[in-house]
Ligand binder design. Structure first.
Ligand SMILES: O=C[C@H](O)[C@H](O)[C@H](O)COP(=O)(O)O
Length: 236
C-alpha cells in the first residue's frame, strides 16, 4: 500500500522548489524560517550539490535557518559582512490581496523582517491555505515583547481592541523564548483594517520589539496549489 502524501506538504514542496529555482549563482540569499522556507533551503542545498548552482551565500533569519543552511552546505554571512541581499525567500502565515503579510508563527518575524526588507527581491512562498481577504482573520498577530514589559504591553494591546495571549512552549514548561531572548504575544483582532497603521501603532508601544505585520515589502508571492490531483505553482 502506498502512503498518501499530505496535500499541504505537497504544495509546500512544489512552491519551495519553484522559489529555489529562481536563485542565481553568485547571489546573496536571505534564508527564511518555518516549514516552507526549510524545504526551500533543502532544495538550494540540492542545487549546490548537483553543481547547478555555485557560490551563493546565505543570510539566516533564525537559529533554525542557520542550522539548516549548515546542514545543506550553504555558506553563511552576517549583515556586517555584506552590502546588499539579492533575493530573500520566506514563508508567511497569511497573505492578503495587496501582498501584505502576517508572519511569526515560528516566532522568527523580527529577524525575518530585517533580512526580507533588505533584499532587492523578496519572494513569499505559501500554500493556498494562507491566502486571505483580510489579515488577522485566520491567524493571531505575533508580537515580540521584551519580558519585563509583557504586562503593560498586553494592556496597551487590549486598549487597541486586541486579545493578547502569551505564547507557551511545546515540550517546554513556560513561555516560548525567541532567538533574541524575548517573549511572544499572539493577538486576536476582529479584523486588521489598516495593516500599515496597525504595524506602526503596535511597534510604538514601549517594550515591543517587532510585530508580524509585513506591509509593502513583498515583490512576488508564489502559491502552491493542488489542481486535479496535481500540485501546481502560480503567482498570486
Ligand atoms: O516565524 C516564522 C515565520 O514567519 C514563518 O515563515 C511563517 O510562520 C510560515 O511558516 P510555515 O511555512 O511553516 O507555515
Amino acid at each position: 500500500m502506498t502512503a498518501s502524501v499530505d496535500p499541504i506538504q505537497l504544495m509546500k514542496q512544489e512552491v519551495a522548489k519553484a522559489a529555489a529555482a529562481r536563485v542565481h549563482s553568485g547571489s546573496i540569499v536571505g534564508l527564511g524560517s518555518g516549514s516552507t522556507a526549510a524545504l526551500m533551503i533543502q532544495y538550494l542545498g540540492d542545487r549546490l550539490q548537483s553543481g547547478e548552482l555555485k557560490d551563493i551565500k546565505g543570510v539566516p533569519t533564525s537559529f533554525q535557518s542557520s542550522v539548516l543552511a549548515k546542514q545543506y552546505g550553504i555558506p553563511l554571512v552576517t549583515l556586517d559582512e555584506i552590502e546588499y541581499i539579492d533575493i530573500a525567500i520566506d514563508g508567511a502565515d497569511e497573505v492578503d490581496p495587496q501582498h501584505n503579510l502576517i508572519k511569526g508563527g515560528g516566532a522568527a518575524h523580527t529577524r525575518e523582517k530585517i533580512v526580507d526588507a533588505l533584499a532587492k527581491e523578496f519572494i513569499v512562498v505559501v500554500d493556498s491555505s494562507k491566502l486571505v481577504d483580510r489579515l488577522g482573520t485566520t491567524f493571531k498577530l505575533p508580537v515580540e515583547v521584551i519580558p519585563m514589559a509583557i504586562t503593560p504591553v498586553a494592556r496597551a494591546i487590549e486598549k487597541l481592541g486586541g486579545k493578547p495571549e502569551l505564547r507557551m512552549g511545546v515540550k517546554k514548561a513556560g513561555p516560548v523564548i525567541t532567538d533574541q531572548g524575548n517573549m511572544v504575544l499572539d493577538v486576536k483582532f476582529d479584523s486588521i483594517d489598516n495593516p500599515a497603521e496597525m504595524e506602526k501603532t503596535i511597534n510604538n508601544i514601549p517594550g515591543v520589539l517587532e510585530n508580524g505585520l509585513f506591509v509593502g515589502l513583498t515583490d512576488l508571492v508564489l502559491v502552491g496549489e493542488v489542481k486535479d490531483g496535481q500540485p501546481i505553482v502560480r503567482e498570486a
